[in-house]
Design a protein around this ligand. Sequence first.
Ligand code: NAD
Length: 289
Amino acid sequence: MTPADALPRVVHRVALVGAGIGASLSPALHEREAAALGLDYRYTLLDLDLLPAGWTLREASGTTGFNVTHPVKQTVLDQLDDLSPQARDLGAVNTVTVSGGRLTGHNTDHSGFLAGLRHGLPGAQLGRVLVVGAGGAGSAVAYALATAGTRVDVVDADPGRAVGLAERLTAALPGSRVTGGPAARAAEVAPVVDGIVNATPIGMTGHPGMPFDPALLAARHWVADVVYRPLETTLVVTARARGCRVLDGGAMLVAQAADSIALLTGSAPDPDRMRRHLAALVDGTGGGR
Ligand code: NAD
């Protein structure tokens, strides 16, 4: 017996809180990676549709932490004691750590997007990027790019959302260059950007099609999709056929989960191994977060 064997093993109990999460991939994605890291780690679902009204995170005592998803990424802020500076800027969390009874909110969607991009498309030019979609995912993507010094053009079918996001990010990140506008502005900006990110749900199962006119794609663009069910969206397939360097939504999904496991356990997940877990889990058929 080594001295390390004599130490009590740390037990990690993590829960995903959200609505309609029954088909989530997160339990398997987290538990497979935790097992590979040698952790005692259990990941459960707390579906708000099945919990009493008024339930709060504090009622899940003994939990190491939480992942938080739709529709409570913003509303859960009221229940937290602290926020990371990035979660405060974004006004949204996807990970909550519990320590000494204090709940701290973090956002790994933005860090996951950038890590996934750097890992999956090394050397991609980040001078100026078009982000289509200004909702939860678009906010995280635009924030991540702005922190990397990128000039960001956000467009949305609801122009007010894109303009509002640009104003919030400009206020939160002095010196950043983020502008917002209507979806039609994509045609004006596409010829001068290095990359294009789809942060709308268009392309996911139940929302087929292209989020923007495929004629805007040129071989010199890199293209990233945040949609991961399926991984091979119409955008991914079309952009690849045009000769673009392409990143599917699995990259962000895996990297945000890796950053979340790191925050919750202090361990260092392996994103390449997690990508293999994801490939085995979706097996080309898609899946949920
Ligand atoms: P959301 O509803 O908050 O925002 C979507 C935005 O897209 C809305 O503002 C809407 O007006 C806009 N939009 C829709 N169609 C458009 C179009 N054709 N052109 C321009 N704008 C359009 O949704 P969300 O939470 O941001 O999720 C978007 C997608 O991102 C979903 O498919 C979700 O599964 C995915 N997602 C992926 C990850 C990941 O880790 N890969 C993380 C979060 C979300």
